[in-house]
Design a protein around this ligand. Structure first.
Ligand code: ADP
Ligand code: MG
Length: 206
């Protein structure tokens, strides 16, 4: 278990138990709890968490990864930035070990980085290799319509999304940022601050 946790490279520890579903009514607690029973590992169903910063995408990805590790499966957590770098700089053998062998692969923060043509092709190859074999959890602040721009290639983006979404649970989260919740109390100065100021501040963090 300790070895599996180390190999997963988790950036933190989060659980479904510590997620306040009451704060995020757009999210179906029933669906998330159902995913927590890990059926998606058996069916190789991908999970795509979509929404603006602070709504809990990374928290949920980490919580589902924790469940996966507790159940005895391997997992690997990465961000798109880290993955894109490593796909270009590491050997095929190493990539295979890191990103194909784990039962669950999490790619966090799809959307903060525009990929080069070669990175986009490598990501496509990865999605294709895992397709119907082993699931991925992706988080993104971009709608699927914007993935063409992200990958710099509309045709490739369409083919990637076709595979990614064939067996997938797409979960849009439309609520407020949990990070900003204490600043939104009525009467606090930030509560009346213009939206640009708030999103500007939030843009700094992940
Ligand atoms: P995102 O990845 O969508 O930007 P995070 O998952 O990083 O957001 O959430 C930001 C912070 O707020 C984290 O510390 C996370 O644990 C916490 N958080 C977000 N939503 C909730 C929630 N509904 N209940 C409890 N903590 C939450
Ligand atoms: Mg995040």
């Amino acid at each position: 278990m300790a070895r599996r946790i180390r190999a997963a490279h988790l950036p933190g520890t989060k659980s479904l138990e510590s997620f306040a579903f009451a704060f995020q009514p757009s999210l179906s607690e029933r669906l998330i709890q159902e995913l927590g029973t890990l059926g998606f590992l058996q069916t190789a169903t991908n999970i795509v968490l979509l929404g603006p910063p602070g709504v809990g995408k990374t928290h949920l990805a980490l919580a589902l990864t924790a469940r996966t590790l507790e159940a005895g499966y391997s997992a690997r957590f990465t961000t798109l930035r880290q993955l894109a770098d490593e796909l270009e700089t590491t050997s095929w053998r190493q990539q295979r070990r890191r990103y194909l062998t784990p039962r669950l692969l999490v790619i966090d923060e799809v959307g903060y980085l525009r990929l080069t043509p070669s990175q986009a092709q490598q990501l496509f190859d990865l999605v294709t290799a895992r397709y119907e074999q082993a699931p991925m959890i992706l988080t993104s602040n971009r709608s699927f319509a914007e993935w063409g721009t992200l990958l710099g290639d509309d045709v490739l983006a369409t083919a990637l999304l076709d595979r990614l979404l064939h067996h997938a649970e797409v979960i849009p989260i439309t609520g407020p940022s949990y990070r900003m919740k204490d600043r939104r109390l009525p009467g606090s100065p930030e509560a009346s601050a213009p939206a640009e100021t708030r999103s500007g501040k939030e843009g700094e963090s992940r």
